[in-house]
Each structure stands twice: as structure tokens, then as C-alpha cells.
Write a protein that binds this ligand. Sequence first.
Ligand code: GCU
Length: 414
Amino acid sequence: SSLFLLLTASALAQTPRPGVNYDEAKVGTDRLPDLKLTTAQEWTQKRRPEILELFEDYVYGKTPANIGAPKFEVTATKADALGGLATRKFIHVSLPDRPAWPGMDVMLYTPNGTKAAPCFVGLSFGGNHAVSTEPDVPLSTRWMRESKEKHIVDHRATEATRGTESSRWPLEMILKQGFAVATAYYGDIEPDHADGWKDGLRAAVSRDGAGTVWKDGEWGAIGAWAWGLSRIADYLQTDAQVDGKHLAVIGHSRLGKTSLWAGVQDERFGVVISNDSGEGGAALMRRDFGETTAIITKAFPHWFTPNYAKYAGNAAACPVDMHMLIALAAPRPIYIASASEDHWADQKGEFLSGKYASPVYALFGKQGVGVDAQPAIDTPVGDFIGYHNRTGKHDVTDYDWTQYLKFASRHWVK
Ligand code: GCU
């Protein structure tokens, strides 16, 4: 199969933003880095570790190995949550060796009346009280991005923020199908702003003082958030109501970039899901469409290792592209989703990374996306690499969850 980016001329209607390309005829023709495929064995033993290291060096940075063992305390259990459908627990995760990190509060819902449940694991933008509509979920007290529309006042959540993220987490629908959900506020791990690391995990682990400059290859915020997802996976191995061998990691947008990075590093995530992850996530960086490396590294430099900014405006020089990130999940099932109005995330670039990762799945005798061209809107495709482009805007909807539940069920109920 061709390693060249496919070009089809189709001008897309989108409110123009100066300097941002939305013309498919102008995405560029840069060649993707070669996956250098030989055998499944050589992929697993040699090529995969090499590529993982390239992503550490050039994109997300390396997660320090010496962070220390986490401690888990179940702080509350409610056996009749969601009208009796579920058991709800809160688990405080801390690092006894790194007391400067304030820790993370995980909210876990497990379905009642079933055996140990497979579990979706994902971080939220607004905290546990925004994910759930239950009035007794403690309000997050942590730093949040100021937002009138989201009722964040003086960087803190207010009562009005309860349930504001619940449409993205259809708990009843997920639990009724026999799946558990484990989630935490991403800002518990590190507040999402340029100086956020000073009050988060990265300072507690890697730095003593403020004002330190991060070096090439050191981890960014996405790396820290991904670490948090793996600690949730640690806890889930110990909870009798969860089947710790069947964990799906999920995330939207910047947290979709995070779920990809967590999912490729931590093989306990048997299913990896990227919802509208876009640039710095599933979208090929060599395509100049919507957000680019130049834009993202300027707006959100703290998400990545400093090296990544060197490819601003020069993605062609980067040793990796995002088909290689998707391929790192192989042979585990991975799902990439786009939304039809989300041109900023480059839907076609998201599809193509799945397409160009598919030959790696073929090495394992598994089919990836299974189609050559991006499918029509609302037409899910793929076997081990799932893909759809849902009608609508940048968001997580019931349509998206319906596909993820089907995908996980198909791969797990065998
Ligand atoms: C911005 C950013 C995207 C990101 C998104 C989000 O739009 O440019 O890269 O995915 O925020 O996280 O919602």
C-alpha cells in the first residue's frame, strides 16, 4: 500500500481562521516515515520499542521510572447508586514517596448483580461531579480553567457545574450493558495550564523549585495525565467488582491524545479509544489541515516534550507520524473516532493514521480498518482498528458510546 498521503480535492465549508488550511487540495504531499515491517516477532521485539522511544524523545517525553508505588484508599462506597443500578466508590490515590502531589480522586461505578465487570477508564475535563448527576458526589476543589459558560468561578467548580459533562458519560447506558466506569479529574494529576506542573505530579516527581526549564525528552502534561490512567488501572486490578483483565482506556480531544499515549504504553488496556483526538493525537501531523504542529505547540507547549515544538512548520522532519502511534497498540483493538464538523481535528488525517497502521495489524493476521477510503459519515468500519465519522460537532455522544460498547463487546465476548 502507498505510503503517500492521499489527496482528493474537496473544499470543506468551515469558518475560515486566518492561516489555517481547510482545503484538501493543499494538505501537502510529505511522505510518511516507513514502518519498516518484517515479521510480527521482529515488530514486537525490536521495532515497537524503537518507535515507542521515538514518541518519548520527540512528542510526549519519557515517564520517569522512579515515581514510586501509589497508595489506594477507598474513601466512600454506596451500594445503591444510580437508583440501585450500580455501586459507586471513591478511591483516593496518593504517592507516599512524593507528598507534594495532592493526589487523585477516582470515581468508580460497577454494575450491581453481575460478576466482575469489564471497565472503561478515562479522565474528565470537569471532575467527578460534572461526570455524574448524583447530588452527593463531592464537588472538586481543584484548579479549573475559568469559564462563565461552564460556571467555573475564580478557577473553582460551583454547584452549577454538577452534571455538566454527563452527556459525555452516559453512565446508565454503559452500566446497563454490564460495563464499569472509572474516572478522575485530569487536573488532579496536573492543572492544565503552562505553569500547572508546578502544582502537579511533574513537580512532585521531577523538580523541587519553580521556574525550571524542561529538557528535550522529559515528560509533558499528556505524559503525566497518562500516568494517572495507569494508576487507575493498578487500582482496578485489586477491586473484586472489576475484571482487571478487561480494561478499555478512553478519552476525548486532549484527553483522547492522553488515552492514546496511555493505551500504547500500558498493555493492560486491552482496548484503546481515541475520541476526536486530532493534532498531537490520531491525526497525521504531516497533513496541513486544521490544527497543525505549529499551532498546537504554540498554544499548548506544556502538553508535550520540548522537542516537539522543533517540528512546528516542519512536520516532515519529525522521525514519527501518528500512524506509528496507532500501530504501537497492535495487535490490541483500537478505535479512532471523528466528528463531521470537527475539521480542526482533521477527520481524514485521523482516518489515515488508522489506515496506515493497518499493515502492522496484518503482521499479526488481524484486519485493521479494512477499507481504503475514509467511510461515509455515520458508517463505522474496521475490525481491530475501528473508525467512524459521526454527524455533528467536537464532542462525545451516545452515538460514539454505542460504537465503543459494541467494539469492546465484540472483542471481549468471545
Ligand atoms: C484545543 C486544541 C486541541 C484539543 C482541544 C480539546 O482545540 O487545539 O488540540 O484537542 O482543545 O482538548 O478540546
